[in-house]
Design a protein around this ligand. Structure first.
Ligand code: GLV
Length: 325
């Protein structure tokens, strides 16, 4: 055994990131494991580690922390860190870091991909075509709705929300947003987004994009009551987190055409999926791919590694979530 700090990288990552980390650390990796670590295994693996690089959505709770006496840093390779008990980490003096900014444009592209696919019924039409149903162009078939000149509503005008809003200029859309705190006037001007109340956002959006953090306050923010206030022609897009939407209520609204459609990248309890979604044609489903391009995943892994290294070698981690001693 050598004297280097020990770190765990919980999921397959880039070889170059691992080799770089190996210069300073004894690294336990999962390069040849297809399956994610389950909670019990993660807990046992953390027992002798000084640092861990977590993948998006991996849970690190107070009981795991208690079983990891040497742990000094939790570097989440994601912007969202809702599955990490940050309060427990702070109380124990464990630094938590994440990877903001490097994924803004990639995630905004994904939000737009889902919006356009839902509006133009791309996945439904492809299933139909693959099933051999297409008999030639029929003027009255597979009508979608226009994205251009429609009203884009954004719930949460943070870093990714702004990147989503900026793209709307090319589609001549009106952009409205709601967030707990109104953003600076320069950001509103740059994104051409007007602040409205939550109810007005629901009532006016032709496309409603959810891009806010998952917190106790945002849990089921989009449930039956909110869905009932949306236009019957509206399309909902969620690239934020499962749990912000009440999936059972959304399925009911989609089934009954209370709203027209949805594009979803995230789900309550993912990777489990509410079976009801699979029976519906008016929803486009993707498996949490918001930041999934090679370039962006590399940038995220590198940033998570920089955070780890800095935290364990007396440097200044570039993107901390909490402040510790
Ligand atoms: C992915 O969902 C992330 O939070 O980066």
């Amino acid at each position: 055994m050598n004297g280097k700090p020990r770190i765990l990288v919980t999921r397959r990552t880039f070889d170059e990131v691992l080799s770089d980390l190996r210069r300073d650390f004894e690294v336990e990796d999962r390069q040849h494991e297809a399956r994610p670590l389950d909670a019990a295994l993660l807990k046992s693996r953390l027992a002798d580690k000084d640092g861990v690089m977590l993948a998006p959505g991996e849970v690190l709770d107070a009981s795991m922390l208690a079983a990891a006496p040497r742990l000094k840093v939790v570097a989440v390779a994601a912007v969202g860190y809702n599955t990490v008990d940050v309060a427990a980490c702070t109380a124990r003096g464990v630094l938590v870091t994440h990877t903001p900014d490097v994924l803004n444009n990639t995630t905004a592209d994904m939000a737009w991909a889902l919006m356009l696919a839902a509006a133009r019924r791309i996945t439904e039409a492809e299933r139909w075509l693959r099933a051999g149903q297409w008999q030639g162009i029929n003027f009255g078939e597979m009508w979608g709705v226009d994205v251009h000149h429609a009203t884009l509503g954004i719930l949460g005008l943070g870093r990714i929300g702004r990147a989503i809003a900026r793209r709307a200029a090319g589609f001549d859309m009106e952009v409205i947003y709601h967030s707990r705190r109104r953003v600076d006037a320069e950001i509103e001007a740059e994104t051409r987004a007007s602040h409205v109340g939550f109810d007005e956002l629901l009532a006016r959006s032709d496309f409603l994009m959810l891009i806010l953090p998952y917190t106790p306050q945002s849990h089921h923010l989009i449930g039956a009551a909110a869905l009932a206030r949306m236009k019957a022609s509206a399309i909902l897009v969620n690239v934020a987190r499962g749990g912000i939407v009440d999936d059972a209520a959304l399925i009911d609204a989609l089934r009954n055409r209370r709203i027209a459609g949805a594009g979803l990248d995230v789900y309550e309890g993912e990777p489990a999926l509410h079976r009801g979604f699979l029976e519906l044609d008016n929803v486009v489903l993707s498996p949490h791919l918001g930041s999934a391009t090679a370039a962006t995943r590399l940038a995220m892994a590198r940033l998570a590694a920089r955070n780890l290294r800095a935290a364990l070698t007396g440097g200044v981690p570039p993107t901390p979530v909490n402040r510790v001693g």
